[in-house]
Design a protein around this ligand. Structure first.
Ligand code: HEC
Ligand code: HEC
Length: 223
């Protein structure tokens, strides 16, 4: 029964949710808008993103200072244009929400979002930081999944090198581990719910917090 449900969730829209996970539909019009985004315009617009996402779009580790905790900020460099576009539109129309990004995305037109998406996808992916943790368990999850929990291997969607896959499956290689872990926890507890067909929520719900941390380290180091 469970296997059946999970299968259905992967192949058919989840009808129990009255609200769609995202307003984005990959029509030829939308795909063309992203494909033909103006890279120079995107570069200009991206000046206002640098203070948080870094001057090369590399993101930022979570930092704790005496007076405040600065949140982890995702790398955008080298990300699939269609994924970045979808996330900006999702923030703008309320499918995904965040104190800062919602306001920022509401200030961008569909064309701005396409221009920015093309610019960030043209940048070199973030540099991979290595650590010393044993990540054998994460590697197994990525390559084989877990049949007992009906968890598909991550690579079937995110690619063998964590490079992502059209249209909306993000590249993960080199992503900031702190951000990555928080994204999975947000899917797990339902705070983030803009994944079409609940693809990531169903997976994250079955991962332990410890596994999530290890997967985040694994992908941050993946070359
Ligand atoms: C005040 C800091 C700040 C600024 C400025 C900012 N961002 Fe963000 N951005 C964030 C944070 C924090 C997140 C993670 C939010 C979350 O968890 O949903 C984020 C997330 C994103 C995401 C989702 C990435 C992913 O992997 O899902 C995109 C796309 C994005 N920002 C694009 C932009 C663009 C384009 C600009 C400039 C027009 C910009 N941001 C400016 C802080 C900022
Ligand atoms: C069935 C396909 C599929 C599988 C399998 C899958 N993912 Fe995903 N993943 C997606 C999609 C689609 C999204 C983007 C959803 C959205 O629009 O928010 C995503 C998003 C993510 C994100 C958020 C990235 C960001 O920048 O915010 C992380 C982290 C992630 N996946 C990790 C994993 C891990 C780890 C595994 C294996 C345990 C995995 N995924 C397996 C399809 C998949």
């Amino acid at each position: 029964m469970k296997r059946m449900l999970l299968l259905l969730a992967f192949i058919a829209p989840v009808v129990v949710n009255a609200e769609p996970a995202s307003q984005i539909a990959w029509t030829p019009e939308v795909l063309n808008r992203v494909k033909n985004g103006d890279i120079n315009k995107g570069k200009e617009l991206a000046d206002s993103c640098k203070s948080c996402h870094g001057d090369k779009g590399q993101g930022m580790k979570e930092e704790t200072r005496d007076d405040e905790t600065l949140p982890a900020i995702p790398a955008l460099a080298g990300q699939l244009g269609t994924y970045t576009y979808k996330q900006l539109r999702d923030y703008s129309n309320g499918s995904r929400s965040h104190d800062q990004m919602t306001g920022i995305a509401k200030g961008l037109s569909e064309q701005d979002a396409a221009d920015l998406a093309v610019w960030f996808s043209s940048l070199a992916p973030p540099e991979n930081k290595s650590g010393s943790q044993n990540l054998a368990r994460a590697e197994k999850m990525v390559e084989q999944g877990d049949g007992k929990r009906i968890l598909p291997p991550c690579f079937v969607c995110h690619g063998g090198k964590g490079q992502g896959e059209k249209q909306d499956i993000p590249a993960l290689a080199g992503q900031q581990a702190d951000y990555f872990a928080r994204a999975l926890l947000d899917y797990k507890n339902g705070r983030r719910h803009n994944d079409i067909y609940s693809r990531m929520r169903l997976i994250a719900q079955q991962l332990s917090d410890e596994e999530i941390k290890e997967l985040a380290q694994y992908y941050q180091q993946l070359k």
